[in-house]
Design a protein around this ligand. Structure first.
Ligand SMILES: Cc1cc2nc3c(=O)[nH]c(=O)nc-3n(C[C@H](O)[C@H](O)[C@H](O)COP(=O)(O)OP(=O)(O)OC[C@H]3O[C@@H](n4cnc5c(N)ncnc54)[C@H](O)[C@@H]3O)c2cc1C
Length: 573
């Protein structure tokens, strides 16, 4: 598809509902249903060019302010500029793209977590192609396997392939262990462990579920509820899978193709967002970098101004609406006057899982065809290894590839606080220990830490999000949380973008319930682009995780964990 069609002419711009009329409420109204807003202004100016001019002037004086230049924030900005508006985007970082940025160091490019561009939302697909020139949006093969005891095992799991790779003796032991579990299933199958053992036996459970899942989430599998496993694993029947393996191919119904395809920008996901930011600026929007939104000033039931800090100076600007992709916990604390104590408490009780990548440059001979491999070994801390050269040859340099070792952590824990050199030494040691590199192979290394990579789903998170959401809807309805951390929701890029798109339409008078995005799809086991996560044990008030696991198993993780899904992934992304 070609370049975006910007409608810079004010006459082409549909009317945004003027700030002064939208959702006005008296201050201090208790939480409750959203009041019926006053009727929206007609979409066609009734007073002709003068009104249109005044309206445009008002828009320029009171822009929509967007916190964050990640996929959510930039999608909102891009769509607003298409309406002829001039949004102001504030980005705390020195780079756009948020979690979906491409980090560049010495000409090496890293995609943190590995971002496949795949969506079932047609509007998002259209936007991607509108933003990125066709030649820069590649179709890439997807391959990912489990690396276990020196062998590559297909993922998603295929029973015979897994058993063959485990070796004859271990396969027989797994068979007996499975039969034993069928005869004497665990009494408590309400937790993830009991549920899986009953269906796969202890040995297969230990090989393929326990370690990796614990690396991802940083909590013992026995503390996770079974329903999450049941939703994800329900279609894999080990007995049927083994029988299928011996049947002629046409008799097989459950075999998944190992290699799929996904779209990918030549220079990684950040390329999409760098070009998007350029388009926003070219169309009259403003993107302020290293500009942290610090305060949203609320008066008479709406946000009227925002303050942000940039280069040591505080700026205050008027705001018609505030679209926020900053973490919900942070958003609540920017609101002035502060929300009531229960709303602040709900915000402080939202938690996150963080993550870091140790990127190691190695000779091309150390490359593998997979985009990433899962590391189920218990004797290393690394959870997954990205091969950036397999994502795109443009991310690496001739004759070498770069492997991104992913460690899943809580911000502030021992691994998070390790010096970069120590992390690089650890990563190199683990790569050699796993047999994926030899002494002297690692040419150099880089460390990238990602705060709040994953919203943490504990037993209180839903109530906390509801409390915050209802308060904002009642007290400052022109503040719009969107995106992933913005809504404390496992949104991929596509859903983050879609929440932004619907919000822009809401500002323009529509009445979408943005919170339903990525809900219906959540537990689809096949081909879903939705993300989900198990509900985890509570973290304490200091934000510390349940301390049952050692450092090595306290690492969390985004893509794919667990092995059991026959047709999709268990990615907690
Ligand atoms: C490991 C991993 C793998 C993933 N894999 C995929 C994948 O394969 N495919 C896919 O589509 N998605 C994937 N995702 C999800 C994707 O990264 C997110 O959905 C997307 O980046 C969310 O966009 P967002 O704009 O909501 O938030 P973010 O990307 O978090 O952007 C928010 C922005 O707000 C800025 N900000 C925060 N506070 C402030 C403030 N006070 N003032 C100003 N700016 C502020 C931040 O600096 C940041 O730039 C993955 C995520 C992870 C962690």
């Amino acid at each position: 598809m070609g370049a975006p069609a910007f409608s810079s002419s004010p006459s082409l711009r549909p009317h945004a509902q003027p700030a002064a009329l939208a959702d006005q409420r008296p201050p201090g109204l208790p939480i409750g249903p959203r009041p019926t807003p006053p009727p929206a202004l007609p979409r066609t100016p009734i007073w002709g060019p003068l009104t249109c001019f005044l309206d445009m002037a008002e828009q320029q004086e009171t822009p929509v302010v967007i916190a964050g230049a990640g996929p959510g924030g930039l999608t909102a900005a891009y769509l607003l500029t298409k309406q002829g508006q001039h949004p102001l985007v504030l980005e705390a970082d020195d780079q756009v793209g948020g979690i979906s940025r491409t980090v560049e160091r010495d000409g090496w490019r890293f995609d943190l977590g590995g971002h496949r561009f795949f969506t079932k939302v047609p509007e998002v697909e259209t936007l991607w192609h509108e933003i990125l020139p066709e030649g820069d949006f590649m179709l890439r093969p997807r391959m990912s396997r489990i690396y276990y005891r020196g062998k590559f095992i297909d993922y998603p799991l295929r029973a015979m392939n897994a058993l063959r790779n485990l070796g004859f003796i271990e396969a027989v032991l797994c068979g007996f262990s499975y039969i034993w579990a069928r005869v004497r299933p665990p009494k408590d199958q309400n937790n993830y462990e009991g549920w899986l053992v009953a269906r796969f036996g202890w040995r297969l459970y230990r090989h393929f579920f326990k370690t990796y899942t614990e690396k991802v989430w940083g909590v013992p599998v026995s503390d996770m509820p079974a329903d999450w496993a049941a939703q994800r694993v329900k279609n894999l029947d080990l007995r049927k899978a083994v029988i299928n393996a011996f049947l002629p191919k046409h008799g097989q119904t459950d075999i998944t193709t190992l290699i799929e395809e996904f779209q990918y920008p030549k220079y990684g996901p950040g390329m999409m967002w760098e070009i998007c930011a350029d388009k926003v600026k070219a169309a009259g929007g403003t993107v302020e970098m290293q500009a942290r939104l610090t305060t949203i000033h609320v008066e008479h039931g709406r946000a009227t101004k925002v303050s942000y800090e940039q280069g040591g100076t505080t700026h205050t600007v008027p705001a018609a609406h505030v679209i926020s992709t900053m973490p919900m916990r942070e958003l609540v604390h920017t609101i002035d006057p502060p929300p009531p104590a229960e709303v602040l408490a709900a915000a402080d009780d939202l938690h996150y899982r963080d993550y870091l990548t140790v990127a190691l440059v190695v000779p091309q001979s150390r490359s593998f065809p997979d985009n990433w491999i899962y590391i189920h070994a218990t004797d290393v801390e690394v959870g997954r290894i990205q091969n950036y050269g397999s994502w795109s040859p443009y991310l690496v340099k001739d004759g070498r590839t770069c492997l991104g070792l992913e460690y899943f952590v809580f911000e502030g824990d021992a691994m998070w606080n390790m010096a970069d050199d120590d992390l690089i030494a650890l990563g190199s040691k683990e790569l050699i220990h796993l047999g994926l590199a030899a002494e002297g192979d690692v040419e150099r290394g880089y460390v990238v830490r990602v705060q709040k990579a994953y919203p943490y789903y504990d037993f209180a998170y839903k109530d906390n999000v509801d409390t915050i959401r209802k308060w904002i809807e009642a007290e400052a309805p022109n503040i719009h949380p969107v995106g992933r951390n913005g809504m404390h929701k496992y949104n991929n890029q596509d859903h983050s973008m879609y929440t932004a798109l619907l919000t822009v339409e809401n500002i323009d008078g529509a009445d979408h319930d943005v919170w339903t995005v990525n809900v219906e799809e959540e537990y689809h086991e096949s081909g879903s682009t939705g993300r989900d996560a198990p509900v985890l044990p509570r973290r304490d008030s200091q934000g510390q995780g349940p301390d049952h696991l050692g450092q090595g198993q306290g690492q969390g993780h985004e893509h794919g964990h667990g092995l059991a899904q026959p047709t999709g992934t268990l990615d907690p992304g």
